[in-house]
Ligand binder design. Sequence first.
Ligand SMILES: NC(=O)c1ccc[n+]([C@@H]2O[C@H](COP(=O)([O-])OP(=O)(O)OC[C@H]3O[C@@H](n4cnc5c(N)ncnc54)[C@H](OP(=O)(O)O)[C@@H]3O)[C@@H](O)[C@H]2O)c1
Length: 347
Amino acid sequence: MRIGIIGAASMGGILASHLARLGHHVLIANSRGPESLTALAAEFGATPVSVVDAAKATEIVILAIPTKAVADLPPGLFANVPSSVIVVDIGNYHPELRDGHIDAIDRGMPDSRWVAQQIGYPVIKAFNNIFAKSLLAKGVPKGTRGRIALSLYGDSSDAKSAVLRLVDDLGFDPIDGGILDDSWRQQTGTPAYCRDLEAAALRRALAEADQGRVAEYRAEEEARISRSLQQAGKEESSSMTNKEDFSITLLLENTPREVFDAINNVRAWWSGENKGRTDRLGEFEHRDGDMHHCTINITELAPGNKVHWRVVDNYFDFVSDKSEWKDTDIVFEIARSEREIGGNQTT
Ligand SMILES: NC(=O)c1ccc[n+]([C@@H]2O[C@H](COP(=O)([O-])OP(=O)(O)OC[C@H]3O[C@@H](n4cnc5c(N)ncnc54)[C@H](OP(=O)(O)O)[C@@H]3O)[C@@H](O)[C@H]2O)c1
């Protein structure tokens, strides 16, 4: 099959590699254009394309992007797509940590129903309830003892059959959970969310989910992620010294992509105010009252790998050497396999 994947970070990348290995022709896109994806796509065995091309001339299109980014997709992206094409939404809504609040979802609309409305095309919700590390490594042949099950939801039986086959081919027991309006049962933090359950246990967990608690499940999961980030902060392997070079290593219970996103969400971890985008290349300004202000140039953003800042200008009111920090580099290196974030090296 020709499969288009929009989003080339952890989940998009893993799906691309696995699907290419199964013999599918995979077209992959990100927000920055195919030129930015040449090396990565080659690694996945996929063809780098634009978002428009990923949605065109494919039999399945997988949306592997943050929920908030769905609203940024080109208008009318699916307007002329034949109705035989299947669109799969793997997204999870994270209002506090990443996406900002989306009223309709906050009022109870299932995440993927909102996505379908935004793009004006029906979607199947799948692959949202497995963490990237399990998707990467835990698929096994049919019949293997302990095989993880993955459920999906959608309104078209034909489309669901095709995606159920794909789930099976990828090494997981496929379960048809029901219609899209019931897909809240596998949203963020529900009993069926990312727990690597076998088929019978997954069915029980889906049945156990309580629609009245969807927002609570999500908030609990977001709080769990925040706690693990804070805990990691406390586990600094070394403390600040007077040395000119300073580095720390943080061990986190998160995927490299989550760590990358958390670093770029500067507002969430650095008190004070920011002016300008902190998740795009270029400059932003930071100010914490009269105590500290600085201008930082984000010179490199390698999703799941590295964030590089250059301190262009800086003022601390609590140090005598007012040139401190100016013209230094702050480098966040994220190691995928060890799930380890190397810290902030100031040189
Ligand atoms: N990570 C997990 O374990 C996991 C598990 C299940 C489900 N999910 C969900 O799956 C989705 C993908 O997650 P992820 O962790 O792989 O990465 P992510 O950080 O949510 O997505 C980043 C990817 O989306 C692309 N993107 C962002 N805006 C775009 C736009 N407007 N047009 C085209 N591409 C755009 C980015 O491209 P650029 O880098 O060029 O901006 C990047 O490749 C999310 O909704 C997530 O909640 C994640």
